[in-house]
Write a protein that binds this ligand. Structure first.
Ligand SMILES: Nc1ncnc2c1ncn2[C@@H]1O[C@H](COP(=O)(O)OP(=O)(O)O)[C@@H](O)[C@H]1O
Ligand SMILES: [Mg+2]
Length: 231
């Protein structure tokens, strides 16, 4: 059974009298342990598809199944439990909590699942150090640069070692050194923990490392290729 299965998924947004079709008639199956990129030009539907795969949005038509269960049939509680326990998100706009420090933002997913504060703190500090931002852990997001915020968002997505990580443009604001560090950290987690990664990206540095690329154009899948020996 695939981890995520999309069948004939269409997502329309209503805009006044008209509507925009962001994703159209998409069929995708993603297995556990895959390291996949969704790529394509701006406006091709990458972010919309990330939200659908991560169950923070529902399709206008078609079905999204996670672990063999149709997301539309899950209760709100079951859905939020799934998102809290199984999915780590890196959003394009980072979505850090402004009143919390970098460290507190990273600890948040562990707090939500009841990990003891000392342990959560230690895990979060380790990861911030690995991403080269331990010196900034006491800062709130508005005191961090774009690249630092992005690394905090990535640490928050990875800290709970979720089964699935969905990362929307995770390297967009990073210099080469940090981008490579983050891509190899994600590659390591994929190998050592079997974490499934789904990226929306047009960063060639990341596209070179993924094992599968799904090309989107105008909300449709136009190419789906698996490359051997990546990561
Ligand atoms: N909340 C929204 N309301 C209206 N239109 C949207 C919304 N989100 C995305 N769209 C439209 O859907 C299309 C796909 O957008 P998006 O998924 O953000 O693409 P990408 O991430 O590849 O840039 C675009 O035409 C975009 O303008
Ligand atoms: Mg996008």
């Amino acid at each position: 059974m695939p981890l995520v299965k999309l069948q004939k998924v269409t997502r329309r947004y209503r805009l006044g009298q008209t509507s925009v079709t962001a994703v159209e008639d998409v069929d995708i199956e993603i297995d556990r342990g895959e390291f996949v990129a969704l790529w394509g030009p701006s406006g091709s539907g990458k972010s919309t598809l990330c939200n659908l795969v991560g169950c923070i949005d529902l399709p206008s038509s078609g079905s999204v199944e996670v672990n063999g269960r149709n997301v539309a049939d899950l209760s709100d509680d079951a859905l939020s439990e799934h998102r809290n326990l199984s999915v780590g998100f890196v959003f394009q706009q980072f979505n850090l909590v402004p009143v919390l420090t970098a460290l507190e933002n990273v600890m948040l997913p562990l707090n939500l699942r009841g990990v003891a504060a000392r342990e959560a703190r230690a895990h979060a500090i380790d990861l911030l150090a690995e991403l080269g931002i331990a010196d900034f852990m006491a800062h709130r997001p508005d005191k961090l640069s774009g690249g630092q915020r992005q690394r905090v968002a990535i640490a928050r997505a990875l800290v709970g070692k979720p089964a699935l990580v969905i990362a929307d443009e995770p390297t967009a604001n990073l210099d080469s050194g940090n981008a490579l560090r983050i891509v190899s950290l994600m590659g390591q987690l994929n190998k050592s923990h079997g974490t499934t990664f789904i990226f929306a990206t047009h960063d060639q540095r990341l596209l070179d490392r993924v094992s599968r690329r799904i090309l989107l154009a105008d909300g449709r899948v136009v190419e789906d290729t698996t490359q051997a020996g990546a990561r």
